[in-house]
Each structure stands twice: as C-alpha cells, then as structure tokens.
Design a protein around this ligand. Structure first.
Ligand code: PAF
Length: 263
C-alpha cells in the first residue's frame, strides 16, 4: 500500500493508474477509522479495481468552538487497518488549503436545516473539501456513509449540479453491539455518557412507524436524561436526530419509509 502525503504525489499516482486502465474508488475520511469506515472500504472494493482512502481532518468544516484540535488522529493505526483492507493508496495530505484560499462550494437547498442550521459553515466546508478531493484523486467512484445523512444528500446534489463525473455510493450505518452508531467521536464519551447516548438509537427505532414520528421522537429525546436535543427531522427517507451528550455531539438516523427527495 502506498502512503501519499503530497498533492502532486496523489495526482501522479492517479494518472499512472488511469493510464493502466484501472477504475479507482475513493473513500474520503477524516481518519480515526472504525468498522463503519471499513465497511465503506469493502463497498468501494466491490465497485472498482483500486481503493484510495483519503485521511484529512478538514479544518473548514469545524466551527471555531468545535473539536478540530482534539479530533483523534491515530495515523499509524489507520494505515495498518487500510493495509489489512487491501487499500491501494492512502492519501493523507498535510494541508489542502492555500493560506489565501477564498473559493467555496455553497449549496442552498439541501444545506437548509439540520447540520446546516446547527453548524454554520460546516456543510460549505464539507462540499468544498469533497470537491477538492475529487479533483485531485479523480476517482470514478466515491463512497460515503448514510450516517451523515445530510452530507450524503449534499454530496449527491453537488455532484449533480456541478456535473462531476463520479458514481456515488453510500454504505449503511454500522453499529456497536449496544446499538450506538459507530463514530470517530464516540471515543470522547465517558462510560456514563455512553450509557445515556444509547437512548438515541433506541428511540429512533421506536419512533419509526408512529403517526407523528418526528414529534414523538423530539419529545422523548428532550425527556431523555443527560441528552440535549439539537434537532429531529426527516431527510431523504430517513428519520434523523442530533443530540449532545456532555461535550460530544452525536448524529444518528434510521430508514423510515418517508419519501426521498429527488436528487
Ligand atoms: O464524513 C467525513 O468524514 C467528512 O465529512 C469528509 C466527507 C471526509 C469530508 O471531510
């Protein structure tokens, strides 16, 4: 497996593989890989000849009071996992932005509500870095997770609207045995906080099929001990919720049979 740290290095690698006629799938990540990421890598392997995993903690998607500094960065462990998953190349750029960076991908519809309302600038940062990653790696396929439901919808919209020639695929949420959706941020949770966080997947499951699933879930999450509710919404056929437990923010969602927005 090749570890690439520079942008020209990544471009050169891609160029060579494309000349060999290889189909490349990109799995964009911020590292701290867990079984959820590994399932995306596995999906990517089924869709292409070679898998590239990008590992980059993108500063532009973090707000000034968010966890950019403390976000876990276990690069050696991530590389080992990628080797075991038969990844062809890991691209871990040191930075992706010029000091004078001033161009952004701003989407106006899918970005309303949800994370867009709670984290100003977050989705703009995601859309921008994803397009940058696409432009450098130039994969034929890119794989994202359903866990970030709004991000998934956003990426589909950006690819459609900006005519990006990439096939998008999404992998299902992977959960721990206790039901908590896997997230690199779960390491922040104390034992007590983790126990409280389990109300999120449990209540999401119980809400599906109720006549007023959104209202019911909102009430139950507001009542759940030690959780602070950010939002509940239906997005893209999934019932989605975001809560805070202590200083950790958790997102989760379940399919709920609602109509999906046409991308
Ligand atoms: O989902 C993530 O890990 C990030 O938002 C992504 C897509 C890698 C962009 O930084």
């Amino acid at each position: 497996m090749k570890l690439i740290r520079s942008l020209p290095g990544m471009r050169a690698w891609t160029e060579e593989r494309r000349q060999e006629g290889k189909r490349i799938a990109l799995v964009p990540t911020m590292g701290a890989l867990h079984a959820g990421h590994l399932s995306l890598i596995e999906l990517a392997r089924r869709k292409a000849d070679l898998v590239v995993v990008s590992i980059y903690v993108n500063p532009t998607q973090f707000g000034p009071k968010e966890d950019l500094k403390k976000y876990p960065r276990p690069l050696q462990q991530d590389l080992q996992l990628c080797r075991e998953e038969d990844v062809a190349a890991v691209w871990a750029p040191k930075t992706l932005y010029e000091k004078t960076h001033s161009t952004w991908v701003e989407e106006d519809v899918v970005s309303q509500g949800g994370e867009g309302a709670q984290r100003p600038g977050h989705l703009r940062g995601v859309a921008t870095v994803v397009l940058k990653l696409f432009n450098v790696v130039q994969p034929q396929v890119a794989v994202f997770g359903h866990k970030d439901a709004q991000q998934w919808e956003l990426v589909q919209r950006v690819v459609r609207d900006l005519n990006v020639p990439i096939q998008l695929e999404a992998g299902e949420i992977v959960r721990d045995r206790d039901g908590l959706a896997l997230s690199s941020r779960n390491v922040y949770l104390s034992e007590k906080e983790r126990a409280a966080a389990l109300a999120l997947p449990l209540l999401l499951r119980l809400a599906v099929g109720r006549p007023d699933a959104v209202g019911w879930l909102r009430r139950e999450l507001e009542r759940a001990p030690s959780l602070r509710l950010d939002y509940v919404e239906i997005r893209n056929g999934r019932l989605c919720a975001a809560v805070r437990v202590g200083r950790t923010r958790l997102l989760d969602n379940v399919p709920c049979g609602a109509k999906q927005r046409k991308i």
